[in-house]
Design a protein around this ligand. Structure first.
Ligand SMILES: *Cc1c(COP(=O)(O)O)cnc(C)c1O
Ligand SMILES: [Zn+2]
Length: 419
């Protein structure tokens, strides 16, 4: 059963698709698997299309749609018009702590509306759902995608079915249910949830944003690369460190930097890309380290639940993108993740979630092992807000005993502090 909304108002056309593995072309459709070889489908762009220059892009509204010629539609986007354009902030104290020349933070923990980079991929996926006339949307989520889709669906007045593993952080569940979607908690891992959603997409004809709409969803991640290049003053950094779950973000960062080079908007060499995962779920890191092309699925056991995908859909492509950029990958254990959250907070004033802790701890490991050098400018992709995983630091920070509202008590604290 495929429900179809009235098409009259739709002035948005999704690009046709091609198979990333065997190159076979496909019509635009809510589908993600090549019927010939089962490879992933991706949008096809007309190489002769109009491309704007720096001045034209700079004059456009500050959202991810300022890069619309590199997003998989022709016509006007209809939904999520304000997503993207998060701050890029200099982090000199973190650079000293890591021992690198310069460190900048891409602050998607401050993303509108749901405080993670998943607002970018939801923006492109929901426009695909709109263009295909799909009235019901859904997702399989490790938490942040649930927040992002529920928020966007509420704003657009869409019916959303959100599938999550049963053991997500309470804050991520609350930050989904508050928007009023249909939330389905599944007894199983993310990989079980994802398999179920593939069946749901087939059976009900819904637009599952990271399953059958995945070719359009993934392209939203490229905008993080575009923004980094523009916000650095139209140039490329030496290195980028990014967290990996399904492996889409890191793959699309490589694609995005490459597209800006091809368009002549930036010059030089593409950045070395570094992928970060938790040691308790690091199938892509281990694939990069082994250097072959066969991903070995894992059963996740880590506090970094947003990254806990044991059988990542884009894992092989992520590993290839990392290796061909001249980068590397690192896995960090749970105590190091908490230290990473605290290092980011104490040196940058930015509170990131567990995925941010993974990224910072991995950067530290990569610097220690000489993969990031004292000459490098390092961009850290901070992809989700710390208030979503506050429990992992709550046990680690000392909460002071209360005092009476008397100056003498403050004086006692000040002298005890050695002031
Ligand atoms: C989803 C997610 C990622 C990585 O996602 P990919 O599936 O690899 O694109 C990174 N950080 C956070 C916080 C996420 O929610
Ligand atoms: Zn194919």
């Amino acid at each position: 059963m495929t429900a179809t909304a009235p098409r009259a108002a739709v002035t948005l056309t999704p690009h046709p698709l091609r198979c990333a593995a065997c190159d076979q072309p496909h019509d635009a459709a809510p589908t993600h698997v090549c019927p010939s070889c089962l490879g992933p489908l991706e949008p096809r762009y007309d190489p002769r299309r109009f491309l704007p220059d720096r001045a034209e892009i700079s004059a456009r509204p500050r959202s991810l749609w300022r890069y619309r010629e590199w997003l998989p539609f022709t016509g006007r986007p209809a939904r999520c018009l304000t997503a993207g354009w998060t701050p890029l902030v200099d982090a000199p104290r973190l650079a000293s702590a890591l021992g690198v020349a310069r460190c900048v933070v891409k602050h998607d923990a401050g993303s509108f509306p749901s405080l993670s980079f998943k607002d970018r991929v939801v923006a492109t996926a929901l426009n695909a759902a709109h263009a295909f006339g799909l009235p019901v949307v859904g997702c399989a989520s490790t938490g942040n995608l649930a927040n992002a889709l529920a928020a966007a669906a509420a704003r657009e007045g869409l019916d959303a079915w959100i599938f999550i593993p049963h053991d997500l952080e309470p804050a991520k569940v609350a930050a989904t249910t508050v928007f009023g979607p249909r939330l389905v908690r599944v007894r199983g891992t993310y990989d079980d949830v994802n398999r179920l959603c593939a069946q749901v997409a087939d059976r009900f004809g819904w637009g599952i944003v990271n399953v059958n709409l995945r070719p359009y969803y993934g392209e939203g991640s490229k905008t993080m690369a575009f923004e980094i290049a523009e916000q650095l003053g139209w140039r490329l950094p030496d290195t980028v460190v990014a967290p990996m779950a399904g492996g889409s973000l890191v793959t699309k960062l490589a694609k995005g930097f490459g597209e800006f080079l091809d368009a002549g908007l930036v010059h030089g060499v593409p950045p070395r890309l570094f992928g970060a995962q938790a040691a308790g779920c690091a199938p892509i890191v281990r694939l990069v380290h082994r250097g072959d092309d066969t991903l070995v699925p894992e059963r996740p056991a880590t506090i970094a639940k947003s990254l806990a995908i044991g059988n990542p859909a884009d894992g092989r492509y992520a590993a290839r993108a990392i290796r061909s950029s001249g980068g590397w990958a690192a896995a960090v254990d749970d105590p190091a993740i908490v230290e990473g959250i605290r290092l980011l907070a104490e040196t940058c004033g930015i509170f990131g979630e567990t995925a941010a802790g993974v990224t910072v701890a991995a950067a530290r490991q990569l610097a220690k092992d000489g993969h990031l050098t004292p000459d490098d400018e390092v961009v850290l992709c901070i992809t989700g807000h710390g208030l979503k995983t506050v429990d992992v630091v709550a046990g680690d920070v000392r909460i002071p005993d209360p005092i009476a509202p008397r100056l003498s008590e403050v004086s006692a604290l000040v002298s005890a502090n050695g002031a």
